[in-house]
Design a protein around this ligand. Structure first.
Ligand SMILES: [Fe+2]
Length: 192
């Protein structure tokens, strides 16, 4: 969450101080950056999956892209509603983010899903932290983030179901980098 603190707006929603308006808008800018990044990453995976599970994963991802793009719009418009400016340019996103670009190029569908599971974990953990921080100053923003989190968690389950054994274990368990997750997911898929 490295978004630059927004200046105090001239107005914010009724019942909130402009200082709280700036604080919540700053938290939302970091979520906007994460969601914009996620929407682009999901399309990148959509274009780069190969192998026997190609069509299932290729087609699974487009509805996720659509839903995440809707979250991007909703989040940016909440920032504007709070009286601040939503920054949506790619250079600003890259300058403010605390993570690297998704690192997997053309690869098997299951390998990509191993890495994508980690991407979702990062976004969802930070969304939950933002829910904690916004609940007190602005329950309306908290409610929006809760709704988004429910969808993001569902999408992560769609991803994880491909990595899960019948005993409920994820093939990528213990992996903390996209490369490792990709290797572990691929190894399990080849054994199956
Ligand atoms: Fe497409």
């Amino acid at each position: 969450m490295a978004a630059k603190k927004k200046p105090t707006p001239k107005y914010t929603v009724p019942g909130m101080s402009t200082s709280d308006g700036a604080t919540v808008a700053t938290i939302l800018q970091a979520r906007l950056n994460a969601l914009n990044d996620l929407a682009l990453t999901l399309k990148h995976v959509h274009w780069n999956v190969v192998g026997p599970h190609f069509i299932a994963v290729h087609e699974m991802l487009d509805p996720q892209v659509e839903a995440v793009r809707a979250m991007v719009d909703e989040t940016a418009e909440r920032i504007a509603t709070l009286g601040s400016s939503a920054v949506g340019t790619p250079g600003a996103l890259v300058a403010q983010r605390s993570w690297d670009d998704y690192s997997i190029g053309r690869a098997g569908a299951i390998e990509h899903l191993g890495a994508l599971n980690l991407v979702y974990t990062g976004v969802i953990e930070d969304h939950r932290a933002a829910i904690d921080k916004t609940g007190d100053p602005d329950p309306v923003t908290e409610d929006m983030l809760i709704g988004q989190s429910a969808q993001l968690e569902l999408f992560q389950w769609f991803v994880r179901a491909h990595l899960e054994s019948s005993s409920g274990e994820l093939s990528t368990s213990g992996a903390s980098t996209e490369r490792t997750a990709t290797k572990k997911a691929g190894a399990r898929a080849r054994r199956a």
